[in-house]
Structures are given as structure tokens and as C-alpha cells.
Design a protein around this ligand. Structure first.
Ligand code: AMP
Length: 331
């Protein structure tokens, strides 16, 4: 069975885009691959979170992924900082990662622009830590978006460089992986692009949003003054609402509003009301689980411990073999 590794950002609530675009695939993937999902708390240190934020962020992410359907019995779900073997591999890989190539990475250049007062070495070596996360489990498949393709190429470079240096075909090459052929793109409510947490207040509907908040956000979604001719093409902000409807509502509901639009009888208020109610139906079971799981400290402790044990089994085997290959011998 092939191994899949996916890092999960340790900050931010999950929105419908994350759920339909990524997590639903993770949930299915668990049955077909040897999956490792880790919460990337070491990566988050590049922006210097406070100690209390660090813990609450990790907890929130763990809770929401469990609530959204990741099964700690089927996959290995762990917190990165619970697996110290990661840092050892990071150190070895750093010895063969060149400053020039790291400086050329697009994400490093973006970060320099975004946080010019905090250009730390952790930012520079971010792709090395990412490579360590992946090849620690000798994974071949990494479910990442296009923005991560360059990092993944660097992971392949570091893996191959290690293999060449020690003349050992040890690490397999990791590649980007689309579990599902039809990649869904969930639009936001601002009438522009996709749903995302950095796109501004009100654009994203979070899995933890209460029904009242969901109704409020959806009713504020951008629309136009309505169609003026039958069967006319929908402008982007209206198409976005229909795309959302397609995801959360039944085909009958979608068709009903599509017909109303095409015959110029649509009332956007009705469409938004229906969309909000269907989003509430889709998210309520998850929100209830979020509330239950976040109260259950002993369950969370058990999940984190179990995940760390499973991840360390795989990681320590790799580190043992890597030490041997590099030439470390005990006396
Ligand atoms: P982010 O934390 O925003 O990088 O999102 C994590 C993952 O969620 C991404 O790599 C995508 O797979 C998925 N995702 C985020 N936003 C959307 C969206 N609007 N539509 C579809 N998938 C999304």
C-alpha cells in the first residue's frame, strides 16, 4: 500500500472550501492508502505565535479534523512536534540543502515581502522541513495544491541528493497527488474568487459557524440586479452562489433556482435563504461534533498519543536506517 503524507496548517478554522476541497478526499483516502496526517506546529513557529495561541491552535485543528471525519484508527493523525525524529532528518537534509536554491524559492521571496522584519532561517529552510515531514515516512504521494508544487520538487531534489551522496536508493520520490479527478473549487461569498480565510470577513463559511452566522453571511453575499433576458449567462457572483448550491443542496433545489433564473423570475433573497439552510444542514453534524470533541480532553489526549506512537514507529525506523547509511555507528 502506498504511503500518503499531508501536512495540515496549525492555524485557522476550517471553511467549506477546506471541507469539500480537501478533507472529504482525505476521509476517502484513509481506506485506500497508508495515510499520515500531521498538524504542522513546528512550521507555524516562523511567525512566532505566543505559547497559549500555539496550543489552542493545534487543539482547534485537531478537533475540527476529527469532527470532519478523519479516523485516527484508519490513518495516522499526529502532531508534528510529538515526533522528534522529524528534526533529526531536517538536520541531515539541511547539510545538503544549498542556501542559493532555498533563496530562489518563490514562497521564500513572498515571505520576505510579507514579513520583512522577521526573515528568519526557519523561513529559508521551510522546504527542508517539509521534505523531512514527507520522506520521514518514505511517502510517494502528497495531496497538495499547485502552490506547493515547487516545494514538492525541492523534496524530490533533497531525497535524490541524499540517495546519490550515499549511493543508496533509499528515499522514494514524492509526487503531488489528486485523489479525485474532479477537483472542486468552492467559491466565496464576496462575488469574486474562491472561499478562503484571508479573503476578508464574510467571504468564508466556517464549519464551526452557528446557523445565525451562516444566515447572516449568506444574506450579505454579493448579487446583481437580476437577469434581464431569458437563459442569459450568469455573472460571476451569481454563478458562485449557484456553484455553492450545487455542493450543499439537492439537484432538485438547484434545478428549481436555475429554472427561475433562466426565466427571469428569480428572487435572490429566496435563493440565499435556501442556500443558508442547506449549508446549515450540511455543517450542523460537524459543528455538533466539534463542540463535543473539544470538551473531551481525555479523547483528544488519547488520539494525540496514539498518533504519536504510530508516527514514531515509522519515523524511528527511517532514522535508524538513515543513521546507518550516513555512517553513524555505536561504540
Ligand atoms: P488552506 O489552509 O487555505 O491552504 O487550504 C488547505 C486546503 O484546502 C487546500 O490545499 C485545498 O485543497 C483546500 N481548499 C482551500 N480553499 C479551497 C476552496 N475555496 N475550494 C476548494 N478547495 C479549497
Amino acid at each position: 500500500m502506498e504511503t500518503v503524507v499531508s501536512g495540515i496548517r496549525s492555524t485557522g478554522k476550517l471553511h467549506l472550501g477546506n471541507y469539500y476541497g480537501a478533507i472529504q478526499n482525505f476521509v476517502k483516502m484513509q481506506h485506500e492508502y497508508n495515510c499520515f496526517f500531521f498538524i504542522a506546529d513546528w512550521h507555524s513557529l516562523t511567525t512566532h505565535p505566543t505559547p497559549s495561541d500555539l496550543h489552542s491552535n493545534v487543539k482547534q485543528v485537531l478537533v475540527e479534523y476529527l469532527a470532519a471525519g478523519l479516523d485516527p484508527e484508519k490513518s495516522t493523525l499526529y502532531v508534528q512536534s510529538d515526533v522528534p525524529e522529524t528534526t533529526e532528518l531536517y538536520l541531515y537534509l539541511n547539510m545538503n540543502a544549498y542556501v542559493g536554491e532555498l533563496e530562489r524559492s518563490t514562497s521564500f521571496k513572498d515571505k520576505i515581502r510579507a514579513q520583512p522584519d522577521n526573515v528568519n532561517a526557519g523561513l529559508l529552510t521551510y522546504p527542508v522541513l517539509m521534505a523531512a515531514d514527507i520522506i520521514l515516512h518514505r511517502a510517494t504521494k502528497v495531496p497538495v495544491g499547485k502552490d506547493q508544487e515547487q516545494h514538492l520538487e525541492m523534496s524530490r531534489t533533497f531525497a535524490n541528493r541524499f540517495n546519490r551522496l550515499y549511493n543508496h536508493d533509499y528515499f522514494p520520490e514524492p509526487y503531488a497527488f489528486n485523489f479525485s479527478d474532479n477537483l472542486v473549487r468552492i467559491p466565496g461569498l464576496d462575488g469574486k474568487g474562491k472561499m478562503g480565510k484571508s479573503e476578508g470577513e464574510g467571504n468564508a463559511v466556517y464549519l464551526s459557524d452557528s446557523p445565525e452566522i451562516i444566515r447572516k453571511k449568506v444574506m450579505k453575499a454579493v448579487t446583481d440586479s437580476g437577469p434581464t433576458a431569458e437563459n442569459q449567462e450568469k455573472p460571476v457572483e451569481i454563478q458562485n452562489l449557484f456553484d455553492l448550491l450545487k455542493v450543499v443542496s439537492t439537484p432538485d433545489t438547484y434545478e428549481h433556482f436555475d429554472n427561475l433564473y433562466n426565466t427571469c423570475q428569480i428572487r435572490y433573497g429566496d435563493l440565499k435563504k435556501q442556500l443558508a439552510e442547506d449549508m446549515i444542514i450540511a455543517t450542523t453534524p460537524i459543528r455538533n461534533r466539534i463542540n463535543d470533541i473539544s470538551q473531551d480532553t481525555s479523547y483528544l489526549r488519547q488520539v494525540a498519543r496514539h498518533g504519536a506512537i504510530k508516527a514514531r514507529e515509522s519515523a524511528s525506523k527511517t532514522i535508524r536506517e538513515v543513521r546507518e547509511i550516513i555512517g553513524f555507528r555505536s561504540f
